[in-house]
Design a protein around this ligand. Structure first.
Ligand code: FES
Length: 238
């Protein structure tokens, strides 16, 4: 077991545990956008940064393992400033249509903006402008709202074994696309909905629910996907 101190609390966790997990096991939640316990660690969003005493830079909690004697601060002034900056940078290239977004009330990016008091971005840069992909009858893709966390890519390949979407292009043009950037409805997507379930923003939403109500108004029932015969279970809105 490894002994560390997180926000003044003495914690013992197995070696190899990430700071994020060690904190979570002990009741301390660290913000995260690209992390999912079911998927490989990606370390893309950096909102999980924490301060480790003795380290020169802030560390991403999801992909930094605990070490004996480590002293971690998850809410120090520098951590909070860094998270605010990250949120502002994400919002700088994000539509401001939260009031009419299907994900309103269920968006992690909006939750963190609220939590850290970020009302708007102070950066005025170029914004993406891509057409919304409505070609799939069940899944709507609005890549203008994508924060490139890669959760949809990982869930599609690692859990569903489909590899329908992946990162494409570079730099500012980096995006998540199907092969040959074809509309989702023309790809081999089996509409399992796993990507929608893990997306932290309004980039991927259930097309059939558009304008039909907010997530907290909808009852979910556990059922089995009828499409490919794998027998995956998922939550169906009714
Ligand atoms: Fe750690 Fe995204 S949650 S980098």
């Amino acid at each position: 077991m490894i002994n560390v101190v997180i926000d003044g609390k003495n914690v013992s966790v197995p070696s190899g545990t990430s700071i994020l997990k060690a904190a979570r096991y002990n009741g301390i939640e660290i913000p995260n956008l690209c992390y999912d316990p079911e998927l490989t660690v990606f370390g893309a969003c950096r909102i999980c940064v924490v301060e480790v005493e003795g380290a020169r830079n802030l560390m991403a909690a999801c992909c930094t393992e605990v070490a004996e004697g480590m002293v971690v601060h998850t809410q120090s002034a520098s951590v909070v400033e860094a998270r605010k900056m990250i949120i502002e940078l994400l919002l700088a290239n994000h539509p401001e249509d939260c009031m009419t977004c299907q994900k309103f009330g269920n968006c992690k990016l909006a939750d963190y903006a609220y939590l850290y008091g970020v009302r708007k971005s102070s950066f005025a840069g170029e914004k993406r402008s891509e057409p919304v992909d409505t070609s799939n009858p069940c899944i709507e893709r609005d890549m203008n709202k994508c924060i490139r966390c890669g959760k949809c890519v990982r869930v599609c390949s690692e859990i569903q074994g489909r590899h329908i979407v992946d990162f494409s292009s570079r730099g500012f043009g980096t995006k998540i696309a199907t092969f040959f950037d074809m509309p989702l409805g023309q790809s081999e997507c089996v509409t399992c909905g796993s990507c929608v379930a893990v997306c932290p923003t309004g980039a991927l939403t259930e097309a059939v629910m558009k304008g039909q109500g907010r997530s907290w108004e909808i009852k979910k029932v556990r059922t089995t996907c009828p499409y490919c015969g794998c027998g995956c279970n998922f939550d169906l809105n009714v």
